[in-house]
Design a binder for this molecule. Sequence first.
Ligand code: EPZ
Length: 421
Amino acid sequence: MYYLAVEGKQKLSGSVTISGAKNAALPLLALTLLSKRKIKISNIPEVADVKTLLQLLANLGATYAFVQKNVVDVDATSVNSACANYDIVRKMRASILTLGPLLARFGHCEVSLPGGCAIGQRPIDLHLKALEQMGAEIEIKQGYVLAKAPKGLKGATIVFDKVTVTGSENIIMAAALAHGTTMLVNVAKEPEVVQLCEVLRDAGVTIEGVGSSKLIIEGSGGKLLNIPDFRVIPDRIEAGTYLCAGAITKSKITLKNVNPKHLEAVILKLKQMGFEIDETEESLTIHPNEKMIACDIETSEYPGFPTDLQAQFMALCTQAKGTSLIDERLFENRFMHVSELARMGANIKLKGHTATVEGKMKLNAADVMATDLRASSALILAALVAEGTTKIHRIYHLDRGYEDLEGKFSRLGANIERLEE
Ligand code: EPZ
């Protein structure tokens, strides 16, 4: 097992290139199941979750090859199995994204049920209910979702009871191959969902309402699609994490290959905390601010403040002047970083889904445990300003979603090392 040793009291400088978005890449990889051609995907982040989904596609019969760094060719035309087994799904919940495409393509599939995870129960009832409305018969047996729609899925009107990102993506992909028209109401508007719709549109699928909460999708009647090559959008959560790194270390750093439009809520929050941020179409520069002030945050669906940056902002708030209130509205258990930050000297009180963070606390290095992907990155941020060298254990969580993390931080001037326990 590896851990990260991060030296504190550091200043960063220079620039960092943001990778492709993991959460855009995963549904787009699942989408290859609906393609009648080999697809070249560029700007694909080489992170563990992406490799796991590629492995799952290979298990189903697809082939793939990295033709250069961050460019992968995926050919799913040869897929001959519709069973996503437990061994892979248990490694990554997002494997559930194969459910819609497999069912739409084969008329039946077996996909292992993802369990709960560190941040909450995370049910998939809304994915299943929507597929049933499209005519699927679904049974849960021995931990598997067994789904069939022998005559193909049918267009339907579906109103999601809650906004769900992967749920929307699953049903958008299913609807693209269904017979007839599907209307989806209360769909997620995350940039990742929008890119999925745009690629489908480029493949000739008629979709109205892209980027809004209501989509109307004309299905192909079971015919595989002519999906073109595409480039994955930049990772807004990785970008937000590096903005926080600049902010917490009071450093000037520039982010390249970002889409500032995807980060409006985050940039606004940093500005409220007193930071100056320069924007171009594809870059962001954060300037040092010696007088960072506390802020209140409530996570919500896009375009609101992302839950995937809640932990990082909590680390930041430990260094701001004043008291910050952080409300986690999406996941019931996404506060696992609180006790680890407390081990470093943070003063955070939890009540229900609200954390009260006292600012300007002196942080000290400690041995801390990564609990989920974003919680781990919050610990790195705290470690960068702590006194001494922090050891962060269980860093496999970080490898799931941050490409070349030590490389990127080292090039910004941090002293960060991956060592064996
Ligand atoms: C996606 O997860 C992301 N994962 C998560 O990123 C992100 O935190 C989350 O959206 C919210 O933005 C990927 O894109 C691969 P949801 P997802 O379905 O789709 C409830 C990261 O760190 N719900 O939008 O699984 C659910 O419990 C991660 O990169 C139901 O009740 O999240 C939650 O409270 C982790 N029933 C809320 O909806 C359902 O059937 C939103 O979850 C589905 C969801």
